[in-house]
Design a protein around this ligand. Sequence first.
Ligand SMILES: [Zn+2]
Length: 385
Amino acid sequence: MMITYCRKCVMPSTKPDLPLDIDGVCGACRNFESRREIDWSARGREFQEITDRYRDHTNTRWDCIVPVSGGKDSTAQVLKVLEFGLRPLCVTSTTCDLSELGRENIDNLKGLGVDYIEFTANPVVRKKLNRIGLEIVGDIAWPEHVGIFTIPVRAAVQFEVPLIIWGENAQHEYGGPAHSATERTLTRRWLEEFGGLLGLRVADLPGQAGISEGDLASYRYPDDEELARVGVTGVFLGYFFEWDGLANTLLSEAYGFKTFQTAVEGSMLSYENLDNHQHGIHDYFKFLKYGYGRATDHVCMQMRRGRLSRKQAIDIVRKRDGVFPWTYLGKPLAEILEPLGLNVEEFQSICDRFTNKQLFVTDGDGGLLRDGFGNLTKVNYDNVD
Ligand SMILES: [Zn+2]
């Protein structure tokens, strides 16, 4: 098989929910083009109206919930809501294997002058869910992806703060079905369709690895009655303001946000996904299943903004994308796997099980060819030039 890539960026058509159109261009590039027609000042006024409507004039509670990780985007998010004079309650659902840098950036975010809650789901259950996610759907980050959506919504219900201000609509920048890309709100339906659940539902879990129904409370979205009682609604900041990770980084750094010393393993950037040592495994499995990793995401975003040529982008992809995750943010793989009760050999056999062998070079007998560092080579890196 030959991998087909978008003619404008280098995203392969194997990415789920990202078909190429009749001109061979992907939905994410089309979404980006359509941004040019957006009247951003009208959108800014729309945001002002919404926040005026939801602002708490009694001074007895918060104006909005802001889900944050401490990363560059959430730092920029907090700066934006403060700019609009809002009093946010920032909520973090803790990552699975928080890095030192992640902790420093969370502390920095609090120091911007906000109230803040950090929610840690039972770590014993979390480790089991990491392993179930990895072994069943090939995604170690499955529980984290559920938690980052459910916990802020639960906080909204709990503290009776109806407005939740999310960051970007990931479906817009990364592409997805057209109807989801234009939405400015995050609903339960969005979560179920695009929240990265990969068909594994919370309801499937009780009974597995000794997990009980009650262990999963923090992974459940509040029910419709609770949401209606508080009138919970969510908006994406990326709908109202032009979203750009680099711009968010530059702004955040001016307010104390810290980056990694070099480009992060498997990535082309030093300023993204700095909070969880398991992130490299998540990205690597995306590469094994669909033939693109984090570096591809990054070069595509830069290509759309005219900051990289196709030739440069492909060169970066060849060098950085999908490298075997021996370390992430400097932490060795064996140490990252240890809490899950897995060793590197067991991990490699799970990798093999989830690898789409049609996307990678194999030997005469159909076995995957690896270089001395365990890295795979894609069957082709471009079909345009
Ligand atoms: Zn594209």
